[in-house]
Ligand binder design. Structure first.
Ligand SMILES: [Zn+2]
Length: 146
């Protein structure tokens, strides 16, 4: 399944819109039901509006009714493993710290770990809790919100 995810991510990378950085990224997100959703980075002349491939894949899946994910593969053109940025780590964590992240290089090699390992103490909100939010890092001493 990992090889299939990488293959889909590579195909998604071909759709990347990256005229400014020329750093093309593709992502393939596997749902708990076995469906795969693609994402690519979409840059903008107003750089801050750029959206990464990982978030594009998550949003693509969510708009299709998916909310439970097993894994995501991320590929770029780089020799280095392509790791999700901080924003994408938080967006992935929204759907579970145990999502497997498969970070690939341009040689087809990869490293993998869980979202919670990439973003320890990621922020969560419990929709039923009295408090507005909390940090998932149990070692953090500043977890109470005012
Ligand atoms: Zn990102």
């Amino acid at each position: 399944m990992i090889q299939e995810l990488i293959k889909v991510a590579l195909a998604a990378r071909e759709r990347a819109y990256a005229p400014y950085s020329r750093f093309r990224v593709g992502a393939a997100l596997l749902t708990s039901g076995g469906e795969i959703y693609r994402g690519c980075n979409v840059e903008n002349a107003s750089y801050g509006l750029t959206c990464c491939a990982e978030r594009a894949a998550v949003f693509n899946a969510v708009v299709s009714g998916e909310r439970k994910f097993q894994a995501i593969a991320v590929v770029s053109d780089s020799d280095d493993f392509c790791t999700p940025c901080g924003a994408c780590r938080q967006v992935l964590a929204e759907f579970g710290g145990d999502i497997n992240v498969i970070m690939c290089n341009n040689k087809g090699e990869y490293a993998e770990c869980k979202v919670a390992e990439l973003l320890p103490g990621y922020f969560t909100l419990d929709p039923d809790a009295d408090k507005p939010g909390h940090c998932t890092n149990t070692d953090c001493t500043n977890t109470d919100r005012r």
